[in-house]
Design a protein around this ligand. Sequence first.
Ligand code: ZN
Length: 227
Amino acid sequence: MKIYRYLDRGSIRESSTPPSDAVLLTPCVPSKIVCVGRNYAEHAKELGNEAPSEPIIFLKPPSALLAPFGTIVRPAISQRVDHEAELAIVIGKRARDVRAAQWRDYVLGFTCANDVTARDIQKKDVQFTRGKGFDTFAPLGPCIETELDPAALQVAARVNGDTRQNGNTRDMIFPCGFLVEFITSVMTLEPGDVILTGTPSGVGPLQAGDTVEVEIEGIGVLRNPVA
Ligand code: ZN
């Protein structure tokens, strides 16, 4: 089932079939956006990094969230803002010390995410917080798909209709169950929290006036203009 969150005459509603003129909201409101770096070997390589021996995790602030069709704003201090198409796991119930084999019991479903990154700033800083944390750098949506096996899904990014990323979740170094076990051994995840599972190769720059789309098989298309 697909769950959309949207505004309907000033009220927030959820439904699998929003009205055509509905203003979509992010499909959940996370207290934490947990991200996984370099989870696809080809992407680690394209940025000159080794494939990691255990997951690299970092946080994006919830203030970075952006709804479907919302505008990604390139900050003036960055010369290089990249798209990163990613499968996002949406947590369904409080999760702490979850075993990998039980991971699905704690997950509501999956959505599309764009881990927008100021690449020049990310490279300059030791921490990823600034380069990944600007307002509008976490587009999420358009819906949560609750009935989906994430083992082998196409993950694509298009800029102005041209395909830039076209990977498959089967190439993740650390699959979803491993990530849920690893992350919940560190921090408690709450309902609505999301895990961005890393991006396949093909990341590249966004310019003002572009439109970027993240499409994941079985979920849908997350579309955002860039200013
Ligand atoms: Zn990423």
